[in-house]
Design a protein around this ligand. Structure first.
Ligand code: ADP
Ligand code: MG
Length: 423
């Protein structure tokens, strides 16, 4: 690979129109271009894509980008193609392409035109394209959403497990893995599975200082939710429920109470689902009531509140879901309702699962309970969970949670802390 440091910011300006790098992007790119394996842990919206897109654009050959969702890949490819007047600078390769389209992709790669090739893991590990990839110049591999490798992550995909074997068969080039999931367990899993224990690790803080965290006991919840929304009239918000049935019921209840709310879950007709999502994005609906099916890849900057009607199954999911509030840096209120009985239900559900899955599930639930019941700074608790230390008095956003602004009782937090540190 070749590219000189002095020119990096010039290339940034040329391709993306940005004058400065965000966070550690520049160091990440420099090191990747020097041929090192890199591991990037950066919260959502941190600017991970650019860490592989820019080096791909200025390197010889094609970078192979592994990404889990076809819809997300298409968006990225369109965005990259929009950066240049040449067509075919980025492509998606998957089983939905017909023969002619696949040939076009292969021709563009061979001619050196294609700088970024997005592939779903299931396509790559099928070995269909192995012989082809072995013959062409690959600049590096980027594994986006790398937490999909880990059963401890919130979106485990078994196909990700086999990536290392196929990468080794294709080429001996650097690998950059990226994720917004930073629990030490997931990080460890990713590095081991991808054989990247010697990779350079770049980790940015996961603190979202503009978000306010509150946990309330689940009592009179429907009334509480209606009241909260009425106090925040006209603001954009997401309400997460665990079941589709609850999503439907709550959306109706809110509508009856004069709130402009729509349901979203995977059981809805595709057309309805897309229409509801679009109405929320276009501000025709204030509130979307949803299962976890909602949110992946959704970037609405001015979501002002995220309510957890039911507590999620892991603290990781909680962080990702609350993280959809306040993307623009403005107000973001995260209100979760907690009932130990809900946790018991989830435990019963886990009892039917295979042992390994059950054990992981129970451990994740324990951490959720710890968070819900803690009297220490919620921000400190979450950040410990991500392996970060946080000063609950002076840290950025220190007063932004119920326990900080309205301490429940004077209790020694040492026990709570010990629990977290054991993770
Ligand atoms: P992530 O994958 O980490 O969630 P993205 O790669 O989608 O984040 O980037 C989030 C946003 O930040 C995008 O809108 C992107 O254009 C923007 N961005 C990335 N790098 C820069 C930069 N150096 N300057 C300004 N904006 C940037
Ligand atoms: Mg991303």
């Amino acid at each position: 690979m070749s590219a000189k440091k002095a020119t990096l910011s010039g290339e940034l300006k040329k391709y993306f129109g940005f004058s400065t790098f965000k966070g550690q992007q520049e160091q990440i790119i420099e090191n990747l271009l020097e041929g090192k394996d890199i591991f990037v842990l950066m919260p959502t919206g941190g600017g991970k894509s650019l860490c592989y897109q820019l080096p791909a654009l200025i390197s010889e050959g094609t970078a192979i980008v592994v990404s889990p969702l076809i819809a997300l890949m298409k968006n990225q490819v369109d965005a990259v193609n929009g950066l240049s007047s040449d067509d075919g600078i980025a492509h998606v390769l998957n089983s939905s392409l017909n023969k002619t389209q696949t040939k076009q992709v292969f021709d563009d790669i061979k001619s050196g035109k294609t700088k970024l090739l997005y592939v779903a893991p299931e396509s790559l590990i099928k070995e269909d394209y192995l012989d082809f990839f072995k013959e062409v110049k690959i600049s590096f591999f980027a594994i986006d959403e790398a937490h999909c490798i880990s059963e401890w992550g919130h979106d485990f995909r078994p196909e990700y497990r086999n990536l290392k074997t196929i990468i080794d068969k294709i080429a001996d080039v650097p690998v950059i893995a990226l994720t917004a999931t930073a629990t030490p367990k997931v990080q460890d899993d990713i590095q081991k599975t991808l054989g990247m224990t010697n990779a350079l690790v770049f980790k940015e803080s996961f603190n979202r200082a503009n978000l306010y965290y509150e946990v309330r006991p689940k009592v009179n919840i429907d009334r509480e939710v209606v009241r909260f929304i009425n106090q925040n009239k006209g603001k954009s918000g997401i309400i997460y429920c665990l079941s589709r049935r609850k999503v439907e019921e709550l959306a109706q209840l809110l509508q009856v109470n004069g709130i402009n709310a729509l349901p979203y879950h995977a059981g809805l007709d595709q057309k309805v689902r897309v229409a509801n999502q679009d109405k929320f994005l276009m501000e025709e609906a204030d509130v979307i009531v949803a299962t976890i099916a909602f949110g992946m890849g959704i970037d609405k900057p001015d979501v002002r509140f995220v309510i957890h009607y039911d507590f999620p199954k892991s603290l990781e999911s909680y962080y990702q879901e609350t993280g959809r509030a306040g993307r623009d840096g403005g107000e973001g209120y995260c209100l979760a309702f907690y009932d130990p009985k809900d946790i018991e239900k989830l435990e019963k559900f886990l009892a039917q699962k295979p042992v390994s899955e059950r054990e992981i599930g129970l451990q994740l639930l324990n951490e959720v309970v710890g968070y819900a019941e803690t009297s220490m700074s919620r921000r400190q608790y979450i950040l410990y969970y991500f392996g970060e230390t946080f000063d609950p008095v002076k840290g950025d956003g220190a007063n932004m949670c119920d326990n900080a602004s309205n301490p429940p009782k004077l209790k020694d937090a040492t026990e709570d802390l010990k629990k977290v540190l054991k993770l």
